[in-house]
Write a protein of this length. Structure first.
Length: 283
């Protein structure tokens, strides 16, 4: 297959590039906005026909939750309108969405059939993107994920490592619950979908296994790195004063993905250990 990967300079796109080496029977076209702007319908159509693309894996997105509140037009173009562009190319699409499509007010893991109720611009535009994609391409696969981190790009893990080295104390929220997800494991899930002998369209939830707060996650990151001189204390979301409201509950039920593709999913701590090992070998 000829596979187009968009947004390939991001966390997930880079992990797709790494993992593609283990799947050499496909041809890959890794692009980011400089090579292929997913909002440009003409450019996308020309690329797909020039390179006889069979499958698009969309890793591109407008992911800055705070900035999206002030720049809804751009967020909507990239997270929503572009999905109608990608979905109307006559090829299969695997797209990544987010826990932010939900309200975050639940207390049991969200299933794919639960009603979306986004309360941020980022969440609303991502939800709109899901709907536009499915309208244009009912055969699409959408994987909703949450709390993504990687050895590539900027993310919570790297921020907590930096702050742990810089500061003597740190307050981290304990009242937001979710599952940290190593982007390498999400990339593996995408390859599970690609390599499946049967194409199973639809919406799926995929994160690592387990449930913790950002506070617990920080404690685990510091323990694995060996940061002992930074006191981490639990604070509430109210104390942190986010510019944009964050979901209190982001846990996704992954039963459908596991059952459909017959796979086990790694525990969040195992993913974190692998990411930190990789970071340690890079420095
Ligand atoms: N990060 C998370 O915690 C999280 C959680 C849940 C779901 N997700 C979803 O997971 C997916 C992957 O996230 P990620 O963390 O890997 O994102 P990321 O690191 O922000 O990467 C996104 C990439 O897309 C590029 N891009 C932006 N606009 C584009 C355009 N018009 N055309 C082509 N490329 C464009 C970005 O370039 P610039 O950097 O230059 O803008 C960036 O390289 C996204 O769909 C995201 O919504 C992420």
């Amino acid at each position: 297959m000829n596979i187009l990967i968009t947004g390939s300079n991001g966390q997930l796109g880079n992990e797709m590039r790494v993992l593609s080496a283990q799947h050499p029977r496909h041809n890959y076209f890794f692009t980011d906005v400089a090579e292929l702007d997913i909002t440009n319908r003409q450019a996308v159509s020309a690329f797909v026909s020039s390179y006889a693309i069979d499958l698009i894996v969309n890793c591109a997105a407008y992911t800055n939750v705070d900035k999206a509140e002030e720049d809804e037009v751009t967020a909507h173009k990239i997270n929503a309108e572009a999905l109608s562009v990608l979905g109307s190319q006559g090829v299969r699409v695997i797209h990544i969405s987010t826990d932010y499509v939900f309200s975050g007010k639940a207390c049991v893991p969200y299933r794919e059939t639960d009603s979306a109720a986004p309360n941020t611009v980022y969440g609303r535009t991502k939800y709109e993107g899901e709907k536009l994609l499915l309208a244009a391409c009912p055969e699409a696969v959408i994987l909703r994920t949450a709390w993504l981190y990687s050895s590539f790009g900027n993310n919570f893990v790297k921020t907590m490592i930096r702050l742990g080295h810089e500061r003597e104390s740190l307050g981290v929220v304990f009242d937001q619950i979710g599952t940290p997800t190593y982007a390498a494991d999400l990339a593996q899930a995408i390859f599970t979908v690609i390599e499946s002998p049967v194409w199973h369209p639809g919406i799926y939830h995929f994160t690592n296994e387990g449930v913790i707060s950002w506070y617990d996650f920080t404690k685990a990151i510091h323990a694995l790195i060996g940061i002992n001189n930074c006191h981490v204390s639990p604070i509430s979301s109210e104390e942190y004063q986010y510019r944009t409201p964050r979901p209190h509950y982001s846990v996704l039920d992954k039963s459908k993905f596991k059952k459909t593709f017959n796979v086990e999913i790694p525990y969040w701590l195992d993913g974190l250990k692998r990411c930190i090992e990789k970071l340690n070998t890079e420095f």
